[in-house]
Design a protein around this ligand. Structure first.
Ligand SMILES: C[S@@+](CC[C@H](N)C(=O)[O-])C[C@H]1O[C@@H](n2cnc3c(N)ncnc32)[C@H](O)[C@@H]1O
Length: 233
């Protein structure tokens, strides 16, 4: 599959959606929850705020933020694929008091009004977009002045480093074989391919500044395996 091909990416995530949460837990040994929690510690969503979870998938971050912005706050979860949103809606149904909405749309062209959010998050989504710069531009457009955003994803490791060797080992020897057992070999082999064209941390900071953010700081996490791009409009 060609990274950045929107139709193919949509089909991939539609196919994986029913198993996505379980696979995520197994493949990260549950650690993705801690990384997402850390992102929210940095971003501090608070009561009454309006947040957007772009590439929300099955809604992990949208749900966590919706719990934090009570009372009075709202969260919109947006994803290009329909099936992850079906799972997200099912999950949200067990907490009907949360003010959550879901929308199917492309993250680089949301059609949402400019300057309408206090915060935006995107976890494991930027890497999948046709062009990460267009994604960052759209995030910037949607934020109110001074508002914040966080982009969590795998970190593009420097070739030949220990971190790079570990990442290749992890993706090839753990992720793909485990996913293959669940019938998703090709879908998870895509992960390494998508990382090849993903900008490194410093390049992400530059792209964000070019997209109009006033502050951009890329924080490596998990010994450089993951990264969080923290942004201020
Ligand atoms: C790896 S999943 C991450 C889901 C969720 N954010 C999480 O961390 O668990 C990536 C999600 O991005 C969505 N996606 C990919 N390209 C997109 C696009 N152009 N616009 C909106 N969503 C997109 C996929 O459908 C998929 O649900």
């Amino acid at each position: 599959m060609r990274p950045g091909d929107p139709k193919a990416v949509e089909q991939l995530f539609n196919a994986v959606a029913p198993s996505y949460d379980q696979l995520n837990d197994v493949l990260s040994m549950g650690l993705h929850r801690i990384w997402k929690r850390q992102l929210l510690v940095w971003l501090t969503p608070s009561g009454g705020e309006k947040w957007l979870d772009l590439c929300c998938g099955t809604g992990d971050l949208a749900l966590s933020i919706a719990r934090k912005v009570r009372p009075g706050g709202t969260v919109l979860g947006l994803d290009a694929a329909a099936e992850p949103l079906v799972v997200a809606k099912q999950r949200a149904a067990s907490e009907p008091w949360l003010d959550l909405e879901w929308q199917q749309a492309d993250a680089i062209n949301t059609s949402l009004p400019s300057q309408s959010f206090d915060g935006v998050v995107m976890a494991y989504g930027l890497r999948n977009l046709v062009d990460p710069f267009l994604g960052l531009q759209e995030v910037r457009r949607l934020l109110r002045p001074g508002a914040r955003a966080g982009v969590l994803d795998f970190n593009r490791t420097a070739a030949g480093t220990m971190a790079d060797r570990f990442q290749k080992f992890y993706l090839r020897q753990l992720v793909v074989p485990v996913a293959a057992k669940a019938g998703f070999r090709d879908q998870y082999a895509y992960l390494e391919a998508s990382l090849k064209k993903f900008p490194e941390g410093v390049a992400q900071e530059r792209l964000a500044m070019d997209a109009g953010f006033s502050e951009a700081c890329h924080r490596p996490m998990v010994a450089g395996q993951m990264g969080a791009l923290l942004l201020k409009a």
